[in-house]
Write a protein that binds this ligand. Structure first.
Ligand code: 6PG
Length: 237
């Protein structure tokens, strides 16, 4: 596991934006990136567009989603909507390079449709970059504790269910997650300190730790000092 710990969430986001650019520069041809939603990535997306927009090869990057809430794109809950506001509308990204999950569709049908589309566009089912967040309960993507069967599901995408809201979500499943060429977690804030301590030590259970433990390549953590407060041997920042 490769730890990138920074004093602030802005610094952690900037470091991740630069890592993404480094990968894009070193990847010949098309770069397939799968983005997570939630709140944390918004800062990364805005920074990527504003500070690195001029040096990003947007024409070579194809945008997919790790997961999507089963709501219309204009819904406040939509991961695509959040990405559109913070990145897609702020950078010269060719619309033909954006492959959103249709949250407005029937979840089971959409999981099949999107898996077929992603599988056609990425026959290896290996994303160049997968950006993940982590919940305090140890979930990642939309794979929640108790739904670990999604980690070994046969298809690239499946339907997860938020344990408290019951909201259904189309999510990337475990096998394409762990096969990613570069798997990056981005986390910030005091509320994530316990789950980050477990993740960094690969101790405990939960979907995020299973993914990190089974990843084919070293997982990279981009976190701020608050989220990293309980990590052993935290470097002096
Ligand atoms: C989602 C994400 C989810 C998220 C974590 C962290 O659709 O919500 O894919 O896995 O990354 O829940 O969310 P925050 O960034 O809001 O803490």
């Amino acid at each position: 596991m490769i730890l990138h710990i920074h004093q602030t969430s802005a610094d952690a986001s900037r470091a991740l934006a630069e890592r993404i650019l480094q990968i894009a520069r070193n990847t010949p041809g098309l770069v397939n990136i799968a983005l997570s939603g939630g709140n944390t990535p918004a800062q990364l997306f805005r920074m990527w567009a504003s500070e690195y927009g001029d040096c990003t090869p947007w024409e070579r990057i194809r945008f997919f989603w790790v997961d999507e809430r089963c709501v219309p794109p204009e819904d406040a809950e939509s991961n695509y909507g959040m990405t559109k506001r913070n990145l897609l509308d702020l950078a010269p990204i060719p619309p033909e390079n954006v492959f959103r999950i249709h949250g407005e569709n029937d979840p089971d049908s959409e999981a099949i449709r999107y898996a077929e589309q992603a599988g056609r566009l990425i026959p290896s089912a290996v994303f160049d970059i997968v950006l993940l967040g982590i919940g305090e309960d140890g979930h990642t993507a939309s794979i929640f504790p108790g739904q670990e069967t999604l980690l070994t599901a046969a298809h690239m995408y499946a339907v997860g269910v938020h344990p408290t809201s019951g909201q259904r979500r189309v999510t990337l499943t475990g096998q394409p997650l762990i096969k990613a060429s570069c798997l990056c977690f981005l986390a910030a804030g005091r509320s994530k300190r316990n789950v980050l301590a477990e993740l960094s030590a690969l101790s405990g259970s939960g979907p995020a730790i299973w993914v990190a433990r089974n990843a084919l390549h070293p997982v990279e953590l981009f976190i701020d000092a608050e989220a990293g407060a309980l990590l052993r041997d935290q470097p002096n920042l």
